[in-house]
Design a protein around this ligand. Structure first.
Ligand code: 5AD
Ligand code: SF4
Length: 442
């Protein structure tokens, strides 16, 4: 009888990609993936530690799962929270038997066997050689593939837990990334998203990110290449040229800004100034007119003055992002921010108010930009059924979501659509016929 495994994933795309590797490893050991925890022999909660509320959700979820699990099922925690807390998780939750960090997934089958025999284990050593090259990822997304190209992070932004949970930066070899791209194309997928914490600092000892973009972009059958997330400091002219000159690389960059104030960026140890960020945006836009640009912004980092926050708002207005993920600062144990003076902490009420202002600004700009695009025609990839209504969710090259009416048989196809409406954030569109000359009437 085959055993079943369910993995519930929180957090970023790197975690989604890791879950595919875990499923791959476990499938090779005879496990069958299932869609829910009920009845599963193994349940893994694949966690995020980036902000405190992400961890609170997981703790709440573990409590719920404890009730749903079938007797004898193995419950494990993987991902960044597992790495961060290690054996402490075994102490706080007595039902959890396994705590496995991102570099130890290869050991899952053995660790699960041990847990079935009653063991409780934490495996959180970093392994700088581990790229899971021989593991065949079990992909669930039907039309696009996430491909990890770099693990870990060598920046040490003062708010960020990632260098602690993911370890130092290391890149996969270019040839391996190209091989995996060829494999996913052979499976019928036409879009890849290259993943790394600071993906454009990719370097495998011989090749940089520019080489990687050109090599992946040239794989036969690939129609779209994306990547996330780059760091503004690693946008060399070579990388920008590779992006602009490789037709399959999509015209979208997610460029985390975090703050628009040079003094704040310095406290965050982002290693660029407001001007350098703007310069990066200008170089990208000059190379790729019509580039979609999105970002991440944190409000309420320690010491944030009214002027610094005003600089962030002003930069948002100046750049006019297509969209932005906005976050309230969350203090993470072990990060350099914890050593900042206590009087620098920003009261919650101030953070809340700034957050609301920022969000309204971001949304207002996105709405204006999107309204200005109604009537435009563009190529979209049909990704999946939309959550609501009988619509299909499609994606443009510049990363706009477009909802289109049509049969599910269209999933995986490319359509030309005309943008007919927008909520301010997403679009509705109508497929347009590629114009054929009409036959002459009699
Ligand atoms: N608090 C709030 N937001 C954070 N991010 C990273 N660490 C924190 C933190 N401690 C945000 C950054 C990053 C995104 C993935 O999460 O904006 O780009
Ligand atoms: Fe965190 Fe900074 Fe590394 Fe991004 S670059 S993962 S924000 S430390």
């Amino acid at each position: 009888m085959t055993r079943t495994v369910y993995i519930e994933t929180y957090g970023c795309q790197m975690n989604v990609s890791d879950a595919e590797l875990m499923y791959g490893t476990l499938q090779a050991s005879g496990y069958t993936p299932v869609e829910g925890p009920e009845g599963a022999d193994v349940v893994l909660v694949n966690t995020c530690a980036i902000r405190e509320n992400a961890e609170q959700r997981v703790i709440g979820r573990l409590g719920e799962l404890r009730r749903d699990l079938k007797p004898g099922a193995v419950l494990g925690v993987t991902g960044c929270m597992a790495q961060r807390l290690g054996p402490r998780l075994l102490e706080t939750d007595t039902r959890v038997q396994l705590v496995v960090g991102p570099d130890a997934y290869r050991m899952l089958p053995q660790l699960i066997d041990g847990a079935r025999g009653g063991e409780r284990t934490s495996a959180t050593d970093f392994d700088l050689e581990e790229h899971y090259e021989d593991v065949v990822a079990r992909r669930f997304e039907g039309v696009k593939a996430w491909i990890p190209v770099q693990r870990g992070c060598d920046y040490k932004c003062t708010y960020c837990i990632v260098p602690t949970t993911r370890g130092p930066e290391r890149s996969r070899r270019l040839a391996e990334v190209v091989r995996e791209t060829q494999e996913v194309v052979a499976q019928g997928l036409t879009e890849v998203i290259l993943l790394g914490q600071t993906v454009n600092s990719y370097h495998d000892g011989t090749h940089d990110f520019a080489d990687l973009l050109r090599a992946v972009g040239a794989v036969d059958g690939i129609r779209r290449v994306r990547y996330t997330s780059p760091h503004p400091n690693d946008f060399s002219d070579r990388v920008i040229a590779a992006m602009a000159e490789t037709p399959t690389v999509c015209e979208h960059v997610h460029l985390p800004m975090q703050s628009g104030s040079t003094s704040m960026l310095k406290r965050m140890l982002r290693r660029y100034t407001r001007e350098a960020y703007l310069d990066c945006v200008a170089r990208l836009r000059a190379a790729m007119p019509g580039l979609g640009l999105t970002t991440d912004i944190i409000v309420g980092f320690p010491g944030e003055t009214d002027e610094e926050f005003a600089d962030t708002l002003a930069l948002v207005r100046e750049v006019r992002f297509d969209d932005a993920f906005t976050f309230k600062f969350s203090m993470r144990e072990g990060t350099p921010a914890t050593r900042m003076p206590a009087e620098w902490l920003i009261p919650d009420a101030v953070i809340d108010a700034r957050y609301d202002t920022l969000l309204a600004t971001v949304r207002g700009i996105a709405r204006e930009r999107n309204l200005g695009r109604l009537g435009e025609r563009m190529e979209v990839l049909v990704e999946k059924e939309a959550r609501k209504g009988e619509l299909l969710q499609c994606r443009s090259r510049d990363f706009k979501t477009v909802l289109v009416q049509g049969p599910t048989a269209w999933i995986g196809r490319y359509l030309t659509v005309e943008l007919t409406g927008t909520t301010g954030a997403t679009f509705t569109g109508t497929p347009v016929q590629e114009r054929q000359p009409l036959p002459m009437a009699g």
